[in-house]
Ligand binder design. Structure first.
Ligand code: COA
Length: 336
């Protein structure tokens, strides 16, 4: 589904500030070589990843999310008392319930906020931006903090070389507000899901279908499972189609986009999507070498990094695109 482009009467929803938090511990390919039967050469050539961040013991998803949100609020000059909506995209929350966003609310002291989590895997931040925008435009809320945060290291099977080399922990966030008297902001979003492919990327155990038992833990059912090749194929197809739909809806082409910020799962996926969009390589943001795939945190972390590096300025159009378990996918185009 692609949202309609902004009408003359709709007040734009803009991103006032961005933030991120990367845990301190750097897990290198060299260290992974000592843990499983892999090599720096294999990981680098097949994925582009050189290192990823891993949260410390006792450093919870809500801690990562809180630090990213606080950084975004500081940049936006927004106080906790002004925040009335917190949306946290995550599939690795502190607990099955309550929502991690409620723990973040408490950490921030944002006591007037409504807080909920969003389970769209790696697409969580893009779904969150669109839902935040719609709720702000509905008139009931004034300031939203949208977060993508994951502690994927807790659900990775560290004996499975097919998956453990790919993922890392982190959090990213953006502060959203309606802004009278200017255009731009979040212009258009295309989203989609396809539950027929739920089985190709999932964590089968730990929910109510397969609860945690000693046997299930022994069988590693509470860890991430993935059919890599099928995920790869779906990722390239859905992300590039979603981008084309969003650009078409706005009547623009890749030439009108200053920076493409794609989900950072694998350098080969990023390059394949870039080629399908006919985007010059320098227009496609990449930090997968330093963080790997941090789930829903990936896109907001990249957005914050690009923003702080000055990769785009006021009035530029940037395109965010992601893909994840579900399957889910989404593309949003923002005029900064
Ligand atoms: N180190 C060394 N060898 C490895 C390895 C590792 N870490 N992981 C897998 N291999 C082996 C496989 O066992 C296989 O060996 P075999 O041929 O003897 O069976 C061989 O490498 C090739 O595996 P293959 O699956 O063909 O590799 P690939 O080129 O498809 O790359 C992925 C594998 C996982 C990197 C790739 O499919 C991918 O990135 N998929 C998408 C993942 C993703 O984006 N997930 C998250 C989405 S949000």
């Amino acid at each position: 589904m692609t949202s309609p482009p902004p009408s003359k009467s709709s007040v734009p929803v803009v991103i006032l500030g961005t933030g991120r938090y990367n845990p301190a511990y750097v897990l290198t390919n060299a260290e992974l070589e000592r843990r499983v039967d892999t090599s720096d050469d294999w990981i680098t050539t097949r994925t582009g990843i050189k290192e990823r961040r891993i949260a410390a013991a006792g450093e919870h998803n809500s801690d990562l999310a809180t630090k990213a949100a606080a950084a975004a609020m500081e940049q936006a000059k927004v106080k906790a008392s002004e925040v009335d909506l917190i949306i946290c995209g995550t599939v690795t929350g502190d607990m099955p319930f309550p929502a991690t966003s409620c723990l973040v609310q408490e950490n921030l002291g944002a006591h007037h906020a409504t807080a909920f989590d969003l389970g769209a895997a790696c697409t969580g931040f893009i779904y969150g931006l669109e839902i935040g925008k719609q709720l702000l435009q509905g008139g009931g809320y004034k300031t939203a903090v949208v977060i993508g945060s994951e502690r994927i290291s807790s659900v990775v099977d560290w004996t499975d070389r097919n998956t453990c080399v790919l993922f890392g922990d982190g959090a990213g966030a953006a502060v959203l507000r309606q802004r009278e008297g200017r255009g731009g902001g979040i212009l258009v979003t295309d989203t989609g899901s396809d539950g027929r492919f739920a089985h190709i990327l999932n964590q089968p155990g730990g929910g109510t279908r397969t609860p945690i038992t000693a046997e299930n833990v022994h069988d590693r059912l509470a860890t991430l499972k993935m059919s890599g090749k099928e995920v790869f194929r779906q990722a390239v197809g859905t992300m590039s189609t979603s981008c084309h739909k969003a650009m078409k809806r706005l009547g623009i082409t890749i030439d009108d986009i200053t920076l493409v910020i794609p989900h950072q799962a694998n350098i080969r996926i990023i390059e394949a999507v870039g080629e399908k969009l006919k985007a010059p390589p320098e227009k496609v943001f990449k930090n997968v070498d330093r963080y790997g795939n941090s789930g829903a945190a990936t896109v907001p972390m990249a957005l914050d990094e690009a923003h702080r590096e000055g990769r785009f300025k006021r009035g530029d159009k940037i395109l965010l695109v992601a893909f994840g378990a579900g399957l889910t996918w989404g593309c949003t185009i923002i005029e900064w």
